[in-house]
Write a new protein. Structure first.
Length: 390
């Protein structure tokens, strides 16, 4: 029997998610807007430790002809009963221990305008599946009594005229990293940090620096995949550095953190192989120190410290014009990929300073990106808006 799995993705990095998944499931992987799907004869335990997807679900069933009116809600609940949820629970139970007495919740995602809310769908489907799952339903509706932990999460994805029902494989969403218990405003979404890490692909003994480390997300995500790299990180805010130290300790990542101004990097010329950073956007977090007037001093420092084969990867708000400024300074842009992050359009930018060799994406990611371009899921710099609505 073949099992279908759905990996949910930040919009714009689906091809990076696909590349990570193919290390576990070499064939049958397909790209979709915000999703990567694949078929497998069994569930690989490694699916629970993927870093680039937001979450991963066992696909339980799908229905079409989903309307936009309120009367579709009880119909969606009735349709949910069509599938063998007890078998689905048994399948998930092969990956993790489930308590004998279980609670479950339902999370609905609605794409496009509807005359009903996600909470209407969640409560209706939850009431319908309580007996099927042999579990108590816990409502997520605002004002519901208390917040209780759930052993199982049912997901309902509604887009266009289709509804897909799934069951989460892990105990909690994959994007919710255990290590990230200390965080402040403007903190980076971990799967995007993981995607940047995979794109830059630091190797053993390369010096990797994040001079805007914030709560430590990017260096910790790099440490998870780049074993043997020499990772160092700093930030101008002592509070964020303390957060990063605490988070790094939980992640068991040996990274030295320090308080420093990114406008004057404490590295000799041409000694850094990779700069990976989420510079301040002046939205949730303002630039300070030598960068209060703009990121110009940092761009100059990047040119100075990067090695002859050095490269830089940054994550910026798309409206800040980082790509144009870098081009004006002579940087060669290897990738400027727009992503939808926290409700805003941001950019992942990979580049090399003037006079350095061109940087190419790792082969697997490059091949999946070509597929994503051919499918119209992304463009050379962004993503296809119409594909996101399908």
């Amino acid at each position: 029997m073949s099992i279908e799995v759905i990996a949910r993705s930040v919009r714009g990095i689906e091809y990076v998610v696909a590349d990570e998944i193919t290390a576990l499931v070499p064939t049958g992987v397909t790209l979709h807007a915000r999703e990567v799907r694949f078929q497998a004869p069994r569930l690989d335990p490694g699916l629970r430790t993927l870093r680039t997807p937001d979450d991963v679900f066992l696909s339980v069933g799908c229905v079409g002809e989903v309307g936009h009116r309120k009367d579709v809600v009880p119909w969606l609940a009735e349709q949910a009963r069509r599938w063998d949820w007890r078998q689905a629970v048994e399948t998930v139970g092969q990956l993790r221990d489930l308590p004998a007495r279980r609670r479950f919740d339902v999370v609905a995602s609605l794409l496009g305008r509807r005359n009903y809310s996600r909470y209407d769908v969640e409560d209706a489907v939850g009431a319908a599946l309580s007996a099927e799952l042999g579990a108590q339903y816990i409502s997520r509706r605002p004002g519901a009594e208390g917040v209780q932990p759930s052993a199982l999460t049912v997901r309902v994805f509604i887009g266009g005229d289709t509804a897909t029902y799934g069951l989460r494989l892990a105990d909690s969403p994959l994007h919710r990293r255990y290590y990230k218990q200390h965080a402040s405003r403007g903190t980076l979404h971990p799967p995007v940090g993981a995607a940047l890490a995979r794109m830059l692909a630091p190797s053993v003994n390369e010096v990797v620096v994040d001079p805007f480390c914030g709560d430590g997300t990017i260096p910790i995500e790099i440490a998870a995949i780049a074993l043997g790299a020499d990772i160092r990180a700093s930030d101008s805010d002592p509070v964020r550095v303390r957060n990063a130290v605490a988070n790094s300790a939980r992640a068991k990542a040996r990274i030295p953190f320090s308080v420093a101004d990114a406008g004057r990097l404490d590295f000799a010329d041409r000694t850094v192989d990779v700069l990976a950073a989420n510079p301040p956007w002046n939205l949730a977090v303002d630039a300070s120190g030598l960068l209060e007037g703009g990121l110009g001093p940092f761009w100059a420092e990047a040119d100075r410290v990067l090695s002859p084969c050095g490269r830089m990867g940054i994550i910026m708000d798309a409206g800040l014009g980082a790509v144009d400024e870098l081009r004006q300074r002579g940087f060669e842009i290897a990738l400027a990929q727009r992503v939808r992050l926290a409700g805003r359009v941001s950019e992942i930018v990979l580049c090399t300073p003037p006079g350095r060799p061109h940087w190419h994406l790792p082969r697997g990611i490059s091949e999946w990106r070509r597929e994503s371009l051919a499918a119209g899921l992304v463009t050379d710099t962004g993503f296809e808006a119409r594909a996101a609505e399908r």
